[in-house]
Design a protein around this ligand. Structure first.
Ligand code: G3I
Length: 364
């Protein structure tokens, strides 16, 4: 590695892993944070914003550049989940070259701040690098590439990742396997999913290995497909330990009232469950500022998702997909929508934050 790059890498490693003062900017002390309010052993988490900037949101990478952001991340959460920094396109940008710098810094940050880490993600149809998606590989080569990636990445963080999203979004909303857009399933067949779990387990026997998806909060064709698949895989001795619903909700749709019942049936398979990417988006008024009614409904949706998780003994992990509106993925992907997280751009708290904290505190 060139000297300049080495110095930058060392500088990044040192500055990013330093422990962060526990009090968040406006909390006045740790006694009023989400992680303090949470029951013992229950992890309240957040995605770690970054891993590249969105096309029309050219802010610098939040985790590596925004110190107030990092202070709140450390003070409020007991679990962190890299938003993009462990995905293929970011961590394995070229064949044979890995980019571990930021993922290493996030794992170090977590250790310094007594947080657990959710690894995200190993087998997915999205955010794969071009060398992989457009490569011309034999099936054996492709299988070896996936095995090497999982062994290398999961092995690197062995003992330091609490849960891995091994397979992400492998079914369509109708409950059909993504045999077209998921390179691994398309080229290697459905059996590759079980292999991914086996390889991840070999690389880190302590990590709990999850399926993760959106639109599976309710009992529906998609969550039914996961239920049937996981039942079969576990009967075959495949090390599947968890099932998680992402929890990306919108005020434009109803609340998934059967979320608790759905989580309970997966718990009935002997699985851990989790909510992993919770946010509640809304169509904003022309002013761009949510109405009081929207903020109340948003708080209600957050509170009901958390309550469902707290009511299921196997659900001990609840992660929001970013905690401050300015770094949220939602406005980038949903024109005219936003305000999906629990804090305003200055890290002041929205009603949704207070709803989470009071719900947690009531269970202490
Ligand atoms: O960093 C590059 C930048 O260099 C480049 O110029 C630009 C060109 O498009 O792309 C940038 O990468 C962006 C990346 O985020 C890093 O910021 C991609 O455009 C953008 O598509 C990508 O969006 C991520 C999205 O997944 C992709 O599907 C969001 O940040 C991330 O929050 C979101 O997270 C997913 C979960 O992983 C899985 N569940 C759904 C959830 C929401 O889609």
């Amino acid at each position: 590695m060139k000297p300049a790059r080495l110095i930058l890498t060392l500088f990044t490693a040192v500055t990013l892993s330093a422990p962060v003062a526990s009090a968040a900017p406006e909390t006045g002390g740790h006694h009023q944070t989400l992680r303090w309010a949470a029951p013992k052993g229950f992890h309240i988490g957040s995605a770690v914003a970054g891993g590249g900037h969105h096309e029309n949101q050219p802010y610098p990478d939040p985790f590596t550049s925004d110190r107030p952001y990092r202070r709140v991340l450390a003070a409020e959460f007991s679990s962190v989940s890299p938003e993009n920094q462990m995905k293929w396109e970011y961590i394995h940008p070229e064949r044979g070259r890995y980019n571990f710098g930021t993922a290493d810094a996030i794992v170090r940050f977590a250790q310094q701040n007594r947080q657990v880490v959710r690894g995200h993600t190993l087998l997915w149809h999205s955010q794969n690098p071009e060398w992989l998606e457009k490569g011309t590989f034999t099936k054996d080569e492709l299988r070896a590439i996936l095995r090497e990636h999982i062994t290398t990445v999961v092995g690197r963080y062995r003992g330091r990742i609490q849960q891995w999203d091994v397979a992400n979004e492998i079914f369509t909303d109708t409950g059909a396997l993504r045999t077209a857009d998921n390179i691994w399933i398309r080229e290697l067949g459905p059996g590759i999913v079980a292999d991914a779990f086996r390889w991840a387990h070999q690389a880190d026997p302590k990590a709990k290995l999850f399926f993760n998806d959106y639109n599976v909060e309710s009992v529906n064709a998609k969550s039914d497909a996961y239920y049937a698949l996981i039942k079969d895989l576990r009967a075959a001795g495949v090390p599947v330990h968890g099932f998680s619903a992402q929890g990306h909700l919108s005020l434009d749709y109803g609340f998934p009232d059967d979320l608790e019942r759905n989580l309970k049936r997966f718990a009935g398979l002997g699985l851990q469950t989790a909510l992993t990417e919770v946010d509640v988006r809304m169509t904003l008024p022309a002013s761009g500022v949510p109405t009081e009614a929207q903020l109340r409904q948003q708080a209600d949706y957050y509170q009901r998702m958390l309550t469902a998780c707290l009511n299921v003994s196997s659900c001990r992990s609840f992660t929001i997909w970013g905690f401050v509106d300015k770094y949220s993925w939602v406005p980038v992907f949903f024109q005219g929508q936003g305000a999906a997280t629990v804090m305003w751009d200055d890290f002041s708290r929205k009603p949704a934050y207070d709803a989470l904290r009071s719900t947690l505190a009531a269970r202490r």
